[in-house]
Design a protein around this ligand. Structure first.
Ligand code: SF4
Length: 455
């Protein structure tokens, strides 16, 4: 029998709210896109549930940036078959970067025939339409061809789940084609939202009570280039810094080739913009940076760090650092370690290069696995030591913290990030969430700081 909302209601289930469960893999961009998917599903009358087994619709929002993220997503999609067996009316949908790869949709339909909807990361606005189609004819599945130059849909509803922090897309896509990265192939070219649309949404978020907004883009520093703006990100930060209220702003990700002094000056002079810059270096070797097509040198990167520290001595600088990129030799790796010692990041996402099919680096001579393993262990040890030293130096200092949640461990403790991005745990209650506190740091373990509220 065909299943539709109408005949479902006519069978007397009209008190029953359909439930959805979204499983998200990957970065903040994906987390925010899951919030948009949730907004669309709620508009169709669905409500969220905790467990997959209770859901009438399971949505996998996938990531393909690294092989293990892709494998994990595929494993969990395969495992969802069991829910479909016990609940045939269950709708299973897959979206995100993984399905945006060329031919991936067809491959998915073949490998997981029980999946009802496959749509790419750029087609999220079509989710509602797809769900309606499947509800009307359960025999059919819907496969939407990935779109590489989608329009920006300003009217997609968003159901935010990120607590005190709200994510805000300022742009989509990437023009940079780093040779290891799949993103430009799956997310398309850069498309910036109009400045007035970003600032309007920003003001709405502050009016709704959000205390922190994180501006999102693959390379926020090139915001507005496609709109013909000159130093568009600086113009955007300038506008945001004029908005009144007790809130703070973060942004990610910056690209070292596009971060400039004007942007740093605006951050330094605006009390609401956090002194916290995530500036992925990827490698400390000029040879490797060139092979990666990163368009900056080690010296240029270090000069940016000096410039930032000169204007904001307490700025939290974090990074992404990769080991075992193709052709990385011992000297290249030593250059990376040396750069890490020089910069002294307050946090770093360290990882082993993962070949992505279709990218130029996947065809380059690869570094043996055991070498990669030894290098990541060494890099992590160096970075952990540095973070430990920075934490020890913070003892006795007072930092402003936005209380974000109750602490995962320990009764009567809450946690939140300092302006420079460090996680701080301190005594407090659930009612403190969403408030700012001055916290005096009493002790520091490697990643977390512990303190108490000071007057
Ligand atoms: S800047 Fe490079 S690493 Fe970042 S998304 Fe674009 S291609 Fe990927």
């Amino acid at each position: 029998m065909a299943y539709s909302v109408e005949n479902y209601l006519s069978y007397g289930y009209n008190c029953y709210m359909q439930k959805y469960k979204i499983i998200t893999y990957g970065c903040q961009m994906n987390l925010h896109e899951s919030e948009k998917a949730a907004g669309i599903l709620r508009g169709l009358g669905y409500e969220e549930c905790e467990r997959e087994e209770d859901a009438d619709l399971i949505l996998f929002n996938t990531c393909c940036i690294r092989d293990n993220a892709e494998r994990r997503a595929k494993g969990n999609i395969g495992a969802a078959k069991v829910f479909k067996r016990s609940k045939p009316q269950l709708i299973i949908a897959v979206m995100g970067c993984m399905t945006q790869q060329s031919g991936a949709g067809e491959e998915m339909a073949k490998k997981f025939p029980f999946v009802d909807i496959v749509l790419g990361a750029n087609n999220i606005d079509k989710l509602g339409e797809c769900v309606q189609k499947v509800r009307e004819d359960r025999e059919k599945s819907v496969l939407i061809d990935p779109c590489m130059t989608p329009e920006i849909h300003e009217d997609t509803p968003v159901y935010r789940t990120s607590g005190t922090n709200a994510w805000l897309n300022i742009m989509y896509g990437c023009n940079n084609f780093c040779t290891y990265c799949i993103v430009p192939y799956v997310r398309g070219r850069e498309r910036s939202r109009k400045l007035c649309n970003v600032t309007d949404e920003f003001k709405r978020l502050i009016d709704e009570g959000y205390k922190e907004v994180t501006l999102l883009g693959q390379n926020v520093n090139s915001y507005g280039n496609d709109l013909g703006m000159k130093n568009g990100f600086a113009r955007l930060l300038e506008q945001i810094s004029l908005i009144k209220g007790d809130f703070r702003v973060r942004f990610m990700t910056s690209h070292p080739k596009d971060l400039n002094e004007e942007i740093v000056d605006i951050i330094a002079s605006s009390p609401n913009i956090c002194n916290n810059i995530h500036l992925p270096v990827q490698s400390g070797s000029d040879k490797i940076l060139k092979l990666m097509n990163r368009h900056y040198t080690r010296d240029h990167y270090l000069s940016l760090i000096d410039m930032i520290r000169d204007k904001m001595p307490d700025c939290g600088i974090t990074s992404d650092i990769m080991v075992a990129f193709p052709q990385e030799d011992d000297q290249d790796f030593a250059d990376t370690l040396d750069l890490v010692e020089k910069v002294r990041y307050s946090g770093a996402f360290t990882f082993v290069y993962s070949p992505r099919k279709g990218t130029p680096a996947a065809a380059m001579p690869q570094v043996p696995k055991e070498v990669a393993k030894a290098r990541i262990v060494e890099l992590v040890a160096v970075q952990n030591r540095i973070v430990k030293q920075i934490s020890a130096q913070m003892v006795g200092k007072t930092v402003r913290v936005l209380c974000e949640d109750v602490a995962p461990k320990g009764e009567g403790l809450v946690c939140g990030r300092s302006e420079c991005g460090r996680m701080v745990t301190f005594p407090g209650a659930k009612t403190d969430i969403g408030k700012f506190f001055n916290v005096r740091i009493n002790s520091g373990k490697s990643a977390s700081l512990f303190g108490e509220v000071s007057e």
